[in-house]
Design a protein around this ligand. Structure first.
Ligand code: ZN
Length: 198
C-alpha cells in the first residue's frame, strides 16, 4: 500500500468565534447557546462539517424573528472556531465568560451533517430529560423525537445537546467526504441531499 498525504501544518493566525445574541425578555442574563463550528479539516470545503451546523444555528434565531417570538432567556448563536483541532475557540469562550458560566442554561451544537435528524444526544440529568418531554412531543410528527442520554465520559466537549443519527437511507455523504461545495452544505442539502452524491 502506498499512501500520499498532502496535509500540512500552516503558521498560526488569529481567528475568532462569531457570536450573536437575541436578548431574552425575562432573563437576559441567562444564556442558551445554539451553535455550529467554522473550521474544518475535511478534504472538501467543510460543507457538511460544519457549515450545515452553522446554518442550523443561524436558522434557529432567524425563525424566532420571523415568528415574532422573543425568547425569555438570551439565545446566543455561536460559530465556534478551532473546534476540530485543539478546541481553542470554546476554551477561550469559557475563559472569557468564566464569571457568568453558571448562567448558561444549555449549549446545543449541530455537528453531524445536514440530513433529516432522528433526534438528539444530550448530556443532562434525568430531571432535565423529563423536562424535555414537551420538546420531544413537538418533534414527534417530524420523526425527530429520539433522545439519547450521554454519560459525561461519552459526551462531546463543550456542548450538552447535539443531534445524532444520520439519514437512515444513507443518501448523505459522510461529514468528511471530499469536494462537497459549501453553498450546497449550507443550503439545498438541508432539504434535499440527493444531488450531493453524484
Ligand atoms: Zn464537526
Amino acid at each position: 500500500m502506498h499512501i500520499i498525504l498532502a496535509s500540512q501544518t500552516a503558521e498560526e493566525v488569529s481567528t475568532f468565534n462569531v457570536v450573536g445574541d437575541l436578548k431574552g425578555s425575562e432573563h437576559p442574563e441567562q444564556v442558551v447557546i445554539v451553535s455550529g463550528h467554522l473550521d474544518s479539516w475535511d478534504l472538501g470545503t467543510g460543507a457538511i462539517d460544519d457549515a450545515a451546523g452553522v446554518a442550523v444555528a443561524l436558522e434557529a434565531a432567524e425563525l424566532m424573528q420571523q415568528l415574532h417570538l422573543r425568547p425569555k432567556r438570551t439565545l446566543r448563536v455561536i460559530a465556534w472556531i478551532d473546534e476540530e483541532n485543539l478546541g481553542r475557540g470554546h476554551l477561550e469562550y469559557a475563559k472569557v465568560h468564566a464569571a457568568e458560566i453558571g448562567q448558561h442554561v444549555a449549549a446545543i451544537e449541530s455537528d453531524l451533517g445536514a440530513s433529516h435528524p432522528l433526534g438528539f444526544r444530550a448530556k443532562i440529568s434525568p430531571e432535565a430529560a423529563a423536562r424535555l418531554q414537551p420538546v420531544l412531543e413537538v418533534l414527534r410528527p417530524s420523526g425527530a423525537n429520539l433522545l439519547l442520554l450521554s454519560s459525561i465520559a461519552h459526551a462531546f466537549a463543550g456542548t450538552s445537546i447535539k443531534p445524532f443519527l444520520p439519514d437512515p437511507e444513507g443518501r448523505v455523504p459522510l461529514p468528511h467526504e471530499r469536494d462537497v461545495p459549501a453553498d450546497i452544505g449550507a443550503g439545498a442539502s438541508l432539504s434535499s441531499a440527493d444531488h450531493l452524491i453524484e
